[in-house]
Design a protein around this ligand. Structure first.
Ligand SMILES: NC(=O)C1=CN([C@@H]2O[C@H](COP(=O)(O)OP(=O)(O)OC[C@H]3O[C@@H](n4cnc5c(N)ncnc54)[C@H](O)[C@@H]3O)[C@@H](O)[C@H]2O)C=CC1
Ligand SMILES: O=C(O)CCC(=O)C(=O)O
Length: 422
């Protein structure tokens, strides 16, 4: 079935995407040409970026930009800087962005970018040169009405600022709408920094209500303490939940009495590293198997697999990260009665407020924090109910329902343009 090739030994994210896509096309009784239209990005660029390092040497980095599908509108999605970035992962992430934009009813298709690098080992000057070099390399295929990037793992508002500045230099006019997740001083939106975690927080409250879990006394484990994981842990802590576990790239910490999240927020570094403050650090894998009501992977993909799905001790998984659960693991969890709120719904708050930022940039008129918050909550609630009701109607799990909602929208846009027939 798959056309994917990857270095991922275990779960190739593109194969995962294609597997779920195939299921959705079959459930919707679409002919093969619809699956074929959506199984790979319509555009995929690999670039090599030579960067002068501080010691005078030159290192050439590999980067990618994938545009999954632009039938609905320009493509949109983050840029990841990480040593494990690979081509198939970026392609899959762009497909998931298409689904995310579909569920949230945004006028976009999905895009995603990545550079194989370790920003934790680079200076600010090196990162700036790499960010600017990447924009020069992809500038032909991106732009405010073509493909609009944003932050993802190990990228932040400063990197978005350099990228916006470089793009504006190339085009010779100020282009704030080229990229979102910018600093507020450069046309960023209030609320973008916390948007993904706030969206997950709304989803948390909705699924707890359905499952009869008291949010105020709920016990939660959050894997990842970066942009998404740290603010999410804080919002849940402030609401009265006990955050019994957190993790970063170096391991996890579990305390059944609950962790002091505000103090950890103050002491985390800019890469979301916090476990160095503890001397009882356990492997990330072990943390996922600890007892809790809600488990929230908020770091990288491929964390819940057929090898550990049997051992999770939670009632619900909420996917704040992209692609944390393989489809085999999903089947095991479903049999065990553990609900999974899928990534393309749960973490869509980020792209929703990115959309608000782009709208504000295009209008040159900026909204208040209250306006952003209200509109985000409305979109998250509408998205959740759309997916939940589709799951009930088709008697499928929420991931399958999420694919049904979005694949239908993508196929319809493609059909109206004459790109696909059914
Ligand atoms: N930033 C955003 O707006 C959005 C992010 N996401 C997804 O949320 C997840 C987290 O993203 P951010 O918080 O933005 O990234 P971040 O760079 O701010 O933080 C990443 C966190 O993951 C940890 N981490 C890195 N490598 C790891 C490894 N090998 N094992 C375990 N933990 C590791 C880091 O220590 C850090 O705590 C990613 O899957 C991302 O794609 C999804 C939607 C939007
Ligand atoms: O804010 C955006 O445009 C996209 C964020 C992103 O990369 C994601 O949702 O995975």
């Amino acid at each position: 079935m798959s056309t994917a090739t990857s270095n991922h030994a275990e779960a190739n994210p593109l194969v995962e995407f294609q597997h779920n896509l195939k299921d959705a096309c079959e459930l919707l009784r679409y002919p093969e040409n619809v699956y074929d239209f959506l199984k790979e990005p319509i555009r995929f660029l690999q670039v090599r970026i030579p960067v002068k390092m501080d010691d005078g040497t030159t290192v050439t980095f590999t980067g990618y930009r994938a545009q999954h599908n632009d039938a609905v509108g320009p493509t949109k999605g983050g840029i990841r800087f990480h040593p494990e970035v690979d081509a198939d992962e970026v392609k899959a992430l762009s497909g998931w962005m298409s689904l995310k934009c579909g569920i949230a009813d945004l006028p976009y298709g999905g895009g995603k970018g990545g550079i194989i690098c370790d920003p934790r080992k680079m200076s600010m000057n090196e990162l700036e040169r790499l960010s600017r070099g990447y924009v020069r390399a992809i500038s032909q295929i991106v732009g405010p009405t073509k493909d609009i990037p944003a932050p993802d793992v190990f990228t932040n508002a400063q990197i978005m600022a350099w990228m916006m500045d470089e793009y504006s230099e190339i085009r010779e006019f100020e282009s704030p709408g080229f990229i979102t997740g910018k600093p507020i001083a450069l046309g960023g939106s209030v609320g973008r920094e916390t948007a993904t975690s706030k969206g997950v927080f709304h989803v948390y409250n909705m699924i707890c209500k359905i499952k009869g879990i008291d949010v105020k006394n709920s016990r939660v484990i959050v894997q990842g303490f970066g942009n998404v994981g740290s603010y999410l842990a804080l919002f849940l802590h402030e609401q009265g939940a006990k955050v019994v576990g957190i993790a970063d790239a170096n391991g996890g910490v579990y305390d059944e009495n609950g962790l002091d999240i505000p103090s950890l927020m103050d002491r985390r570094d800019s890469f979301g590293t916090v476990t160095h403050l503890f001397n009882n650090v356990i492997p990330n894998k072990d943390l996922l198997e600890k007892e809790c009501d809600i488990l929230i992977p908020a770091a990288l993909g491929g964390q819940i697999t057929k090898d550990n799905a049997d051992r999770l001790k939670c009632k619900v998984v909420i996917e704040a990260a992209n692609g944390p659960t393989t489809h085999e693991a999903g089947e095991i969890l479903e049999k065990r009665g553990i609900d999974v709120v899928p990534d393309v719904l749960a973490n869509s708050g980020g792209v929703i407020v990115s959309y608000f930022e782009w709208v504000q940039n295009n209008q040159g008129y900026y909204w208040s924090e209250a306006e952003v918050d209200t509109k985000l909550q409305e979109k998250m609630e509408a998205s959740f109910h759309k997916v939940y009701n589709t799951a009930q109607e088709y008697k499928v799990n929420m991931r399958k329902a999420a694919y049904l909602v979005s694949v239908r929208r993508l196929a319809e846009a493609g059909r109206l343009r004459g790109w696909v027939s059914f």
